[in-house]
Structure formats: C-alpha cells, structure tokens
Design a protein around this ligand. Structure first.
Ligand code: PUT
Length: 285
C-alpha cells in the first residue's frame, strides 16, 4: 500500500493527472527519464519524462485498440513492424493473431525494455520469448527509412507524446516511409494523442495521414490515466478504409481474450468523431 498522501502526477496544460502511488525505480537513459511506480488502483506503471505510458491494470484500454483494427483488416498479417512499444503490450496483442509469422519491434530505448520486463512482466507476457518476435534496440525512424519497399503487411507506431525521442514519429517523411513499407492491402496505425489535451497535434496528425495514405480515419476511446482520459488511434491505408470493418475470422480468434476491443466497440469508436474534429478535417479537405 502507498503511504498516505503519496501521489505521482503528469502535469499538462495546468491540469494534473495523478495516481496514489510510490516510485519503485527511476533511471535516466540517453533518451529520457524512466519512472516505474506502484499504484493502489492500476498496479505497477511506467512514465517517460513524467508522462504516463502504461500501467498493469489499464494497459488494455490502449493496446487492444491500437492493434486489433489493423490486424483484423490487413489483406495479410504475415509480417508486422512495431515501432516503439518498449513495454511489450503491443507485441503481445499482435502475437495473439495466429497469422503473424514474423514481428519486428524497433524500440529506441533498451532501458525501457529492461525495466518493463523486470517490473511489468505481464505487459509483454509470452511475447518476449515467442520465436516470431524479433527485437531491435535502435531508431525506428531510421529503420523505416532503410527497410525495403513493401516489406510489411502491418506497421504500428506505439510511441510516446510528440516530444524528445518520439517527435519524429509524427512527421510527413516518416509517414511516407511507413506507406512505402506496406505491401498491397497493408494497414498502418499510430496512437494519435488526445483530441482534448493535444487537440492540434491530433488534428494535424489525421490530416497528414490522409494526405500521405489517401485514406485515414481516427478512432476514439479512453485511457483513463492519460491526459483528459480521452484518446485516439488513427488507421491508414493507401487502397481504401479497410480498417473500419474487421474480418470475422480474425476477429473471432482474438475477441474472446480482449477486455476492451470487440468488432462492435470498434464500429462505435470510429463513429465517435467529435464535431470539432469533423469540422476541422472537412475544412482541410
Ligand atoms: N504509447 C503511449 C502513448 C503516450 C501517452 N501519453
């Protein structure tokens, strides 16, 4: 139990998003400050540079919506690339799909992987020892720039907020490379911030993805520990919005193991575009 009065907060725009928690370990890597906490409500958790990334009893709100719309819609899912994702949760959800034969995960900060494996082992679960899983500690932006054309069926970006090491995960050149990496029928997805707490970043990201991929749509849900709690993921395809409707056989294989995502949840989440975002995107068209 946490001592009374112990809080760990992320502060953003004059608001605090906090948990009653104690700090278990804090380290500084060449990229960022990494904090592991233990909270009463959500179990152990991870912050990078003081921003919430994940926690044991909350991570499904974030990882399931990032992964399953893409993995249930791409024409094939043999080869998957995850950029970021050092806590292991995104890889774990991808590897629940039996059609995934090879998953490359490129995480810039090896210390995030090390601390996540030690303190948050349920996040990656069996992914770390799965023979289909290939971890590279390195720069995901450079990986995207140098990987061959049409080398992945699905590309997922699980980065932190657009500052520090994650800043380059929100720009045109990076998205153009991600498009280039997709095989025909492939799907791209990225976390695209909060429409409330990161309003302009969110709108700019969706606009940019529409320009680069031709088809891109945001999907909305909740990650209670993140700023405002209201979050988004954006899916993109060059050949049409195939990500909107999950293939029944793929969905049936993973839905029973999900806490948040289901085909029905997904349909509602794509429809739940706030009016101000709809207007901003229409103005840009
Ligand atoms: N991958 C975590 C998203 C960033 C949340 N602040």
């Amino acid at each position: 139990a946490c001592p009374p009065g112990a809080w760990v907060d992320e502060e953003l725009g004059g608001v605090r998003y906090g948990l009653a928690a104690t700090v278990v370990e804090e380290r500084t890597s060449p990229y960022q400050r990494i904090t592991i906490i233990d909270s009463q409500t959500y179990g152990k958790g991870l912050l990078l540079d003081g921003c919430w990334m994940t926690a044991e009893r909350q991570e499904r709100h974030y990882h399931e919506p990032l992964v399953h719309p893409a993995l249930c819609a791409a024409a094939a899912i043999e080869r998957v690339l995850v950029i970021g994702g050092g806590d292991g949760g995104t890889a774990r959800e991808c590897l629940r799909h039996p059609g995934v034969a090879h998953l490359d995960m490129v995480e810039i900060d090896g210390l995030v992987v090390e601390l996540s494996r030690r303190h948050l082992p349920s996040l990656g679960g069996d992914a770390w020892s799965d023979p289909r899983f290939h971890l590279t500690v390195g720069d995901g932006i450079a990986w995207a720039a140098s990987a061959p054309d049409a080398s992945y069926d699905v590309v997922l970006v699980d980065g932190s907020d657009p500052a520090g090491p994650a800043e380059g995960l929100f720009n045109r050149t990076f998205f153009q490379h991600c498009r280039r990496l997709l095989r025909p029928g492939g799907v791209f997805a990225t976390q695209s911030e909060s429409p409330e707490a990161f309003r302009q970043v969110h709108i700019d990201t969706v606009r940019l993805l529409r320009e680069v991929f031709a088809h891109a749509d945001p999907m909305y849900g909740w990650v209670p520990m993140y700023p405002s709690g209201w979050w988004s993921w954006t899916f993109a395809c060059p050949d049409g919005p195939r990500y909107r409707e999950p293939l029944p056989e793929r969905a049936a294989a993973v839905a029973p193991g999900c806490s948040i995502w289901s085909p029905r949840w997904q349909r509602g989440a794509f429809e739940a575009v706030p009016a101000f975002v709809e207007r901003a995107l229409a103005d840009a068209a």
